[in-house]
Design a protein. Structure first.
Length: 212
């Protein structure tokens, strides 16, 4: 984990804690603090290798967020999120079937604008800063299984990625149901081979949360 990444994550945690304190101390501001978690359906947009196809890989997400109302119907919502991404690929080699899975774990800081056209429905959109924390590759055949955990500081994968998020939220009391699509704006800086394809992450995330 790079120094800049640690600095941003620590700053985000401090900001979330400060906002949660303000929520408790200044109710009149109507700030809200919450938690959410759910499942990711991750895949990649591959670049440069037409013979390499991928499938959706399930993962999970978890986040803390603060909603800061600006005016009626519009809020700003910074978040601190863990998100599991990656992809799956399958095929056969010398008549033997195989399955290849790549799992990438990120700590992310979405900075979202939240438009609330009705009390129980909202639209969120904004940039997202993602920091790669770990990478694991798994190769599986009927007779063998191999895993490799990659040292992110000694490979050609990009550690920090700028992306975007768009989604919707539905509310029921203190509970929030969210569906979001996120896409990297930058490639992962892979070498463009089938083992390390050059790609952008894309994720459909579904989650359930609640406001404290």
């Amino acid at each position: 984990m790079t120094t800049s990444m640690k600095t941003i994550i620590v700053s985000a945690v401090v900001a979330l804690m400060a906002c949660s304190t303000v929520v408790n101390a200044q109710k009149v501001n109507k700030l809200s603090f919450g938690l959410r978690g759910g499942v990711n359906f991750a895949n990649i947009i591959e670049d440069g290798n037409k013979n390499f196809s991928t499938e959706i890989k399930p993962g999970f997400n978890a986040a803390a967020f603060v909603e800061l109302p600006i005016f009626n119907g519009f809020s700003v919502q910074p978040e601190l999120q863990f998100s599991q991404k990656g992809y799956k690929s399958s095929g056969s080699f010398l008549t033997n079937p195989y399955e290849y899975t790549a799992t990438t774990n990120y700590v992310e800081v979405p900075l979202l604008a939240k438009i609330v056209p009705s009390p129980n429905f909202a639209i969120v959109v904004g940039p997202q800063f993602s920091f790669l924390t770990s990478t694991k590759y798994k190769f599986k055949t009927p007779n063998t299984e191999y895993e490799d955990i990659v040292d992110n500081e000694n490979n050609d994968l990009r550690d920090n990625i700028l992306g975007g998020v768009a989604g919707i939220e539905a509310g029921a009391g203190k509970f929030i149901f969210s569906a979001r699509y996120s896409l990297d704006f930058q490639k992962n800086n892979g070498d463009g081979t089938s083992s390390t394809p050059r790609y952008k992450n894309q994720v459909l995330g579904l989650s359930v949360g609640f406001k404290l």
